[in-house]
Design a protein around this ligand. Sequence first.
Ligand code: NBY
Length: 800
Amino acid sequence: MKLSKKQFKQDFEERLTSKFATDLTKAGYQEIYDALASVVKHYYANIWVSDNQYKDETGKKQAYYFSIEFLPGKMLKSNLLNLGMLKTVREGLEDFGIELDEVAKVEPDMAIGNGGLGRLASCFMDSLASTGLPGNGNGIRYRYGLFKQKIIDGYQVELPDSWLNNGNPWEVRRADKAVEVTFGGEVWLEDDGKGNLIPHYKDQERVLAVPYDTPMIGYENTTVNNMCLWRSEVPEELDPKFQNLEYMRQTSMLSAELYPDDSNYDGRLLRLKQEYFFVSAGLQRILHHYKGTQKKDIRRISDYIAVHINDTHPALCVPEFMRLLVDDYGVGWNRAWDTTVKVMSYTNHTILSEALEKWPEEMVKQLLPRIYQIIVEIDRRRTAELLPKIGASLVHNTRIIKDGQIHMANLSIIGSHSTNGVAKLHSDLLKDVELHDFYEIYPERFNNKTNGIADRRWIQIANERLSGIIDETIGKSWRHDLDELKLLKNFKDDEKTLEKLQKAKYDDKLRLAALIKEKNGIIVNPDAIFDVQVKRLHAYKRQLLNALHILKLYFDLKENPELDRVPRVFIFGAKAAPSYHYAKSIIKCINEIANMINNDQTVKDKLKVVFMENYNVSLAEMIIPAANVGEQISLASKEASGTSNMKFMLNGTLTIGTLDGANIEIFEAAGDGNNFVFGLTKDEVYEYYRNGNYNARDIFEQNPVVNRILNALIDGTIPNIKSEGREIFDSLTVYNDEYFVLRDFNDYVRAQADLEKLYRDPKAWAQASLMNIANVGRFSSDRTVKEYADDIWYIKAKKE
Ligand code: NBY
């Protein structure tokens, strides 16, 4: 959108006064932010209205991405960038003596997700709009987002994230579009005399679902999609039975809090209620809209909508869509089932068994009696149909209801036409191992969609300096098509370009060093290697391996302070699920290791360890551009994809990593020698599983380096970790090191040494860094969503 600086300044000043009865001399940052957001909203509102009109008029097929989590981060700069106004607004504000970046700090991170899965959903939202694809989000508007992490005495402490306290300028409450979602009670079927079974209900608990729409603005185009988030409220007219405080409390609880766990499914009733709540509300709204605007035959709805099930949390989409078609819209069962399978598709994000959702049959029956009947019927019909064709064992292994539990992954696969993993290795594991029985039955349903990232946020916003240098070098086409970065390869031997890249990295490191000083009170050397591991804390991600290596470096330096070592700053950011004891112990240990090392004068500035509290999207935008090295060191086969690995690559960071998830594709794309690979392969890990012959205790006893480091966890060398050190020590030496940390240790040390060697050659390092940037194109989520659009959803981009 064309906007002159003059116009902007006028609009902004007027808005500030009309909204807050104040002026520029007296306004605080909160008021400035609100006024600015309000002006920006005014600029996009018309585009939003006309794009909605366009979608309704053309009736083109749309996709709906159902996700119980989104993790957009801050919206202000991203909206400005996408509207093409970032520069104008920045300069306009500067004229008033206001720094845009200071204003942006006022906006709380929208953190209604835990980690990779929620962030991926938000990257997809950005990319769908930016590629002109009609794709919308559907989720929950949690009153409290992911907890804020404080580190107190080295321990993680969780504080509530009350992100809506100052309002949310981007959302629009649409009370007119509220729907009701019902729970519990009784249901029975009666014949209507024409052979149709009609459900009758008694004593249902009703909840009002109110949608809040947030615009998803495309990058310099005319697409504005919608992310619809549902809030639970008490309906105005209530049956007397439910006019009590407990019911009111329960109802508002539904959208009160995000579950703060990124791997363990938590079998609590409230979670199941949340899942049904946003699924039912979302599908009802879609069907109302479809009937209202399209006025077409409901039986052809699969030509007009696609619904995506992001992990199994929205798996109830399958029976709920059946319920709506059969009970509310009078579609026959068989036709409804064909339609459901055509409409639905599903992504799996993990093979960790503790993350696979299963709900007790009794619980589903009590809470969702009609949905339960429908699931039973789906399972019954499928079993009857397949038994004679494929035999009892395959049918049994793949049933939705087994051992008194409803298996949500099974429901998702059976009720949809597409199941995908999120990186090649992960999708292969699904086909060959984890979901092999399903693959035998439905081979055509399985496919891979390697994850991607919204590159605009992760370089144009997070790293304006690097973006500018790239513009100077190859022009600006890469801003619209990330593949264009390959032009950088022509500058691999150009000293000037390499120097500029190094300078940009150095400046980003200075910026981060200042933040570390401010937040942690630690002074770090900007010439040191900035070695970063930022992600949720989980045993399989092996932050512990990183910590053990740090201890090795430390003991080496203690023994020989004159050792010729490139200085290092190790930076961690990680939240642990509040109930994940082991993960919290690792956080405590890392913090105590940091204290010990940072206060030891013998290592001076050769080694520093920094744990940055409250890692979130905004902090990632500060940390990732400044990283020389990114740690992606999960045990092979455990990390479905990873996406921070792609953000690092985009920012010219070299990866030290295992052959896991998308790392494999990153190493391949960047080319040999441009990253550091180590560790067991997936096949070697599975070989150990088959033979059961891994013995961690042997390594502990026979490898003197490992022995010394592990003993430091329990012999008082590291202060204040008596119980945590013991817990970790035992996990490795007594409980046989579930994630092969000790097995991979030596090779990790070797790769770390290779890395240090390359860093001593600044030119070679800069070239490797350039090659990472130049080859990052395929990891744009623009590419990913286009693949979903073409292969799974069958939706088409708007022509500009
Ligand atoms: O999804 C992550 C994967 O670990 C990562 O490898 C991948 O890149 C990313 C995007 O595909 N999974 C993830 O973040 N999972 C969760 O956040 C999550 C949240 C809740 C629950 C399970 C997983 N749960 O069961 O409640």
